[in-house]
Design a protein around this ligand. Structure first.
Ligand code: PHB
Length: 397
């Protein structure tokens, strides 16, 4: 009997151990809202690939800590759909972190939900300056349009006399219009006209025709990266604007790396300012590109959105490690305020502790042929450790 009792006790203890193991393990739930279908699907796909590649190549979590990544497709710039998805992720799936957020309208419609539920939002793309002021639970790992476009404007205002501005009619377009106009006029140039282009299914030809008719030295344009960039480049080429001597400039969205092979030779000589080029030769980028090509094939190229996703994942892993897997939203935000990475593929980055927005270098780039293929060649670092200029000018925290 004694033996049996002892056996029973031993069995119970073993069962207890077996039960205890999964209790000790922590699963961190991360909701990722991306555009994975519709005309802008490649944007989210390039972010999703970076998320998966980061997770595959970084096994740096505390023992027993696992990540459950729950990915949802918002179908495009669709604030109502994004809100519904994030609500479900918070209420039903009980996510601890929200990430993705390809589009400004989608980040804006979900900001209040993150505040209410205390779910930190790690923005991988959406670039309108005001977003980070909409919730104390937001940190941004991408860029703001002001960051690239204000220095571009200042540089261009010294080099060219006149400019025409063409932007997509939504948040980041409005920001880039204001930033370029301020930079260009601060630099000494004159704006001779501007136009806003509908975001959905645009035909760029009539808008670019207006720009051509204004006979500026340069056309500045912002449209969402991906297929829209290729379409506006085609309109520029088809209207013979390059042959008419009108330069085409913009933020890097205009010549997004993954679309260059689809643009023919039209973009040769296009000048842009941006924080990331797949052609950058710094060691961290070479390692990133080589890991990417190994995983996704020699013809696949990551975009700046991939790098936004990669760096946000690095920050997610950092806050998980620092908290040993036991996540507290306020601790997470405190940690993010001091997040730094000297070795992002884009160069050194940090989070501004005051605004929770990214601080990074901006490069002047030119589209050139490298080994027979178009590439955004970084010519110079035009500004270092750039904080969001909109917040600097408006003193908004
Ligand atoms: C945005 O919605 O903030 C956005 C979308 C596409 C871009 C850049 C910014 O290329």
């Amino acid at each position: 009997m004694r033996f049996r009792a002892a056996l029973r006790a031993a069995l119970a203890a073993a069962c207890g151990l077996a039960l205890a193991a999964p209790v000790a393990a922590q699963t961190i739930k991360i909701g990722s809202v991306l555009t994975l279908s519709g005309p802008n699907a490649t944007l989210g796909e390039n972010m999703d690939k970076a998320i998966k590649l980061y997770m595959k190549t970084h096994e740096l979590l505390p023992p027993g800590v696992k990540i459950d990544l729950i990915t949802r497709d918002d179908g495009g710039p669709n604030p109502d759909k994004a809100k519904q998805l994030v609500q479900e992720l918070i209420v039903r799936d009980k996510i601890q972190f929200l990430t993705g957020l390809t589009w400004t309208p989608n980040a804006m419609s979900t900001a209040a939900l993150c505040t209410e539920a205390k779910v930190p939002m790690f923005i991988m793309n959406a670039g309108t300056s005001v977003i980070t002021t909409m919730s104390p639970y937001i940190a941004r790992f991408s860029f703001t349009l002001w960051q690239s476009t204000y220095p571009l404007g200042e540089w261009a205002g010294k080099k060219y006399k006149t400019a025409y501005i063409a932007v997509s009619d939504f948040g980041p377009g409005h920001d880039s219009e204001a930033a370029f106009e301020k930079g260009f006029t601060d630099g000494g140039g004159t704006i001779v006209g501007k136009v806003r282009i509908p975001l959905a299914n645009p035909d760029f030809v009539p808008f670019m025709q207006r720009a051509k008719d204004a006979k500026p030295d340069v056309v500045f344009a912002f449209v969402p990266a991906g297929k829209q960039a290729t379409a506006i480049m085609k309109a520029y080429g088809d209207l013979g604007m390059d042959k008419a001597g009108i330069k085409f400039i913009g933020p890097g969205d205009l010549v997004t790396d993954e679309e260059l092979p689809n643009m023919g030779d039209v973009p040769l000589g296009v000048l842009t300012v941006h924080h990331y080029s797949a052609a950058a030769t710094r060691a961290a980028n070479k390692a990133f590109i080589s890991a990417w090509k190994k995983e996704y094939g020699p013809n696949s190229t990551p975009s700046f959105m991939s790098v936004g996703a990669w760096d946000a994942m690095d920050a997610i892993y950092y806050v998980i490690r620092e908290q040993n897997g036991k996540i507290d939203p306020d601790k997470t935000m405190a940690l993010l305020r001091n997040y730094k990475n000297p070795n992002s593929p884009r160069g050194p980055i940090s989070i501004d502790p005051e605004t929770r927005d990214i601080v990074q270098d901006e490069y002047l780039r030119e589209v050139r042929k490298v080994n027979g293929q178009l590439a955004n060649v970084e010519i110079e670092t035009i500004a270092t450790a750039v904080k969001d200029p909109w917040k600097e000018f408006n003193q908004k925290k």
